[in-house]
Ligand binder design. Structure first.
Ligand SMILES: Nc1ncnc2c1ncn2[C@@H]1O[C@H](COP(=O)(O)OP(=O)(O)O)[C@@H](O)[C@H]1O
Ligand SMILES: [Mg+2]
Length: 348
């Protein structure tokens, strides 16, 4: 009947009343030499002391519990909560309260973890941002100073220096554009304008817009044989143009000279279309592959080759595809090549 570990207030009150009443009844028995009177006294005494002890217990426990509840709810009790404290709470036993407090503590722990993680993100973001800004700004500063210190009159270098300055300004503008885009995406401001369009037509437009970059590296951009028949998709055309542009721009940037970029399209289960862009470039190692969709992440080889880029492109692509309720993935092998794939809803 008695739980040894956690006796209830009822059990404690009962035990207390027996401990008090028994010696008193024995005393009455010896005083009056009347067994029945002593037994009657015992019963009455147990009843009264049990009631008094229980009342004091409940009052004390209830006060403590109420304090705990006030502490964990952290706000002033509303009328409803006050009613709860007064009338419902006393019926809860300590174990139930303990469970609730543990649940509350767990929740607090999780909230703190999220805050700490956000703090890490914020620090990393600022570090990355200042790093990405520093490189072009310092170059611009150096070129302008050199020009002002006399190089402007040197016919051999002045135009070259100005072109380099202009390239670095372009880099800054691109970075600010990407930042603007990603902050809009992350604050949920992205509005999608869905329409039906033929994905191969959009791809050809993107290939054309990147023609000069591809020609410079003599990279052949094609559509895989058997994937030419027009496929209608339902998506935000301009956003998908942005995704294709970044993936193909990457495929050219991180591709080898005389390489190739190939696009393929597949119908999946009738309601989706899979778009894949493959290259035969440098590839990405396994440990770097899991990080390339992070903001500002660029592989060491991308950085060391001094190829311009903010490292925000793929993070933007991921946001856009996920806003379409679809998924983006990557397969890659070092020195063999990389394939980026994403799904889109089939056109209606
Ligand atoms: N096709 C590819 N081949 C090899 N590496 C790639 C490819 N696409 C992306 N990457 C790697 O992923 C990184 C992130 O890409 P992205 O976010 O577009 O940034 P950025 O193009 O500005 O470098 C790149 O810096 C590069 O290291
Ligand atoms: Mg890119």
């Amino acid at each position: 009947m008695f739980s040894k570990k956690n006796p209830t207030p009822f059990q404690l009150a009962f035990l207390g009343s027996i401990i008090l009443s028994l010696p008193l009844s024995i005393f009455v028995f010896f005083l009056k030499s009347d067994l029945w009177l002593a037994l009657l006294f015992l019963l009455c005494s147990i009843g009264i002391t049990y009631g008094v002890i229980l009342f004091v217990f409940q009052l004390f426990i209830h006060r403590q519990i109420k304090l705990i509840y006030k502490l964990i709810s952290q706000t002033k009790a509303s009328k409803k909560e006050d009613f709860y404290y007064r009338n419902i709470l006393p019926k809860k036993n300590i174990t139930e309260v303990q469970l609730e407090v543990e649940k509350w503590a767990d929740q607090q722990k999780k909230e703190i973890e999220v805050l700490q993680q956000n703090e890490v993100f914020r620090k990393e973001f600022l570090q990355n941002l200042s790093h990405e800004l520093k490189t072009p700004i310092f170059s611009i500063q150096a070129y302008v100073e050199t020009l002002l210190n006399g190089a402007i009159n040197n016919e051999e270098v002045n135009v070259k220096f100005l072109q380099s300055t202009s390239r670095n300004i372009d880099r800054l503008v691109n970075l600010v554009d990407d930042l603007d885009e990603i902050s809009k995406l992350e604050s949920g401001e992205l509005q999608l304008y869905f329409e039906n369009f033929i994905i191969q037509d959009l791809l050809k437009e993107v290939y054309e817009s990147l023609y000069l970059q591809a020609k410079e590296k003599e990279i052949d951009c094609t559509i895989k044989k058997g994937c030419e028949s027009p496929l209608l998709v339902y998506a935000d055309k301009e956003k998908i143009r942005q995704v294709l542009t970044n993936i193909i721009d990457n495929a050219i940037k991180y591709g080898k000279k005389n390489g190739s970029v190939e696009a393929s399209f597949y119908k999946v289960e009738g309601k989706n279309t899979l778009v894949e862009i493959s290259d035969n470039g440098y590839g990405i190692s396994e440990e770097q592959r899991i990080r390339i969709f992070e903001r500002f992440y660029r592989t060491d080889s991308a950085r060391s080759r001094k190829i311009g880029g903010s490292g925000l492109g793929l993070a933007i692509c991921k946001h856009i595809i996920e806003a379409h309720q679809q998924a983006i993935h990557v397969r890659s092998k070092l020195d063999v090549g990389t394939t980026f794939g994403f799904s889109l809803a089939a056109g209606k």
